[in-house]
Structures are given as C-alpha cells and as structure tokens.
Unconditional design. Structure first.
Length: 282
C-alpha cells in the first residue's frame, strides 16, 4: 500500500488556527474548549461521554495509537491526519507526542459535588502554578478523593500545563472551578465535611492527628499558594491547621508532595477499621 499522507499540512489552515488559539485562556473560556495532548490524555478524554470533539494526529501516531483514533471516530469526533509541523504549531510542549485533542469543558457545579456527600476533597486555594494544580489533581485521583475544588483565586484548570500534569486524572473525578474559598468551606462544612488546612506552620501535627484517630471521617484538605501558603483569613476558616512533620533535615516539602502525604493519610484513615490507630512498638 502507498504511504498515507497527512491531510493538514499548513499551519495556517483555519482548523489549525482555531486549535492553536485554545492555548490562550480567553479563547478557551469563550469556546468552552481546551487542548489535551499526548496518548494518555486523549485516550482518557475518549472514554468520557461527549468530551473529545476533535483529534489531530501525525501519520506515525495514527499508526501507533490506532485504538485511540478508532475510539475517537466511534464517538463522532473529527479526526485529522496532520503533518508534524501542524502538530508542533498546535502543541504547547517542546517535544510533541503526535496527538492533540480538543475537548469540551467538563467542570462540575459545586452544588453537585456537595449533593454527592463526598468523603475526601482537595481544595486548591490560591494555587497559581498550573503544573502544581495538575499534579495535586493527579494525587487526589490516586488517593481516591471524590472531588477537587479550585477557588476563584487559583489557576485555570484548563491551562495546557495543568492538563498535562494531571496525566489524564482531569477526566476521572468531578472538579469545580471558580468557587470563592469562603463558599467552598461553608458548603463543605454544611455537608458534614471536616476542613483541614495544610500549612507548614500549622499548630497541629499530621502524625498526631493520625494517632488521635480524628481523620477517619469526611475530610477536605485546603492547599495554598506555592510560595506563601495560606493567608490567615483562610486558615481561620478551617477546623484545624495541620503541618506535615519534617523528620529529616529538609527545609520544607513542595506543594504537590505535601498534598500527596495529606491526601493519602486521610485515605488510609478512612479505610482503616474504626479509624486510623497508632501502633506502639515495644
């Protein structure tokens, strides 16, 4: 068989220009569409109903990921074979992986999250770095959290770097966006969720909380800005301000690492029979 040629070869074509504009927040908000790059993100998008609407793929990627293209066609997404130059024009990465999808926004109304009575929630308050936001979302997904909330002071959920950092987890769990932190905390408290603010200067120690068996109930962790943590007014909204203990000589933990520790601590406590108990070694 003769080699297959890409149908989109000009970076200036209308379809390519429309996709490229989604790298900018104002265009994403106007169209309610965002970019998902790479096989993992595109595969996960294809598994969600009515999410993946368009897919650009190099000939090589189309051959390597034939299952992904087949799924895209099955759900009615438009599929374009594109030159490497076209993919590079659309992609926001230095080394594109040959697949770029266009997806519909999929954030969930905050009221729906509350109505589901979640047991474990990550609240991103004042988180500005998109890589951190995506990584915390991934950690929340891995720990079995049932929702993530991004406050109105946090980064755009659909920033390409945040989407990439989530490694597909964006498509796995409900995420509410643009929620004022006061409303987020009040709503979760009304739903019976205990609010824990993660802060390196917290008065409560995570180990102590685990030993006391206080973390077995529904919990929301509030995570703050990468550089200056949580403002005092946000800490005051919480039921407790908890620090992750530093047992070695490290100065601190970065946001994503601290979030993973906190979320997994809650997940372990909630899964333990009768709550998490300390173990005494004689």
């Amino acid at each position: 068989m003769p080699p297959v040629s890409p149908e989109l070869i000009s970076p200036r074509s209308p379809r390519v220009s429309a996709a490229r504009r989604l790298a900018k927040r104002n265009f994403r908000g106007k169209e309610r569409l965002f970019l998902a790059e790479g096989p993992q993100a595109v595969r996960e998008a294809g598994e969600q109903a009515d999410t993946l609407v368009e897919l650009f793929a190099t000939v090589e990627a189309a051959e390597r990921y034939a299952d992904i293209l087949g799924r895209a066609r099955d759900i009615g997404a438009r599929v374009h074979l594109a030159s490497e130059q076209v993919i590079a024009e659309i992609s926001t990465t230095v080394t594109p992986q040959g697949l770029v999808g266009i997806c519909r926004f999929l954030d969930t109304p905050f009221e729906e999250i509350l109505a589901a009575r979640p047991k474990l929630v990550a609240v991103l308050a004042h988180v500005r770095d998109p890589g951190n936001a995506g990584t915390v979302l991934r950690c929340a997904d891995a720990a079995g959290a049932e929702a993530v909330v991004l406050t109105d002071a946090s980064v755009d959920l659909y920033n390409p770097k945040a989407v990439r950092a989530s490694v597909g987890s964006l498509f796995h769990l409900p995420v509410a966006v643009g929620v004022p932190v006061e409303r987020a905390v009040a709503g979760l408290k009304d739903a019976g969720v205990r609010i824990l603010a993660a802060d390196g200067a917290g008065t409560d120690d995570l180990d102590d909380e685990l030993d006391k068996g206080t973390m077995g109930g529904p919990t929301a962790w509030v995570f703050g800005n990468e550089a200056w943590g949580l403002p005092e007014e946000t800490r005051e909204l919480a039921d407790a301000v908890v620090r992750v203990p530093i047992h070695g000589k490290a100065e601190s933990l970065n946001l994503a690492t601290a979030a993973a520790v906190c979320l997994y601590a809650s997940a372990r406590a909630q899964r333990a029979s009768g709550g998490c108990r300390s173990v005494t070694v004689s």
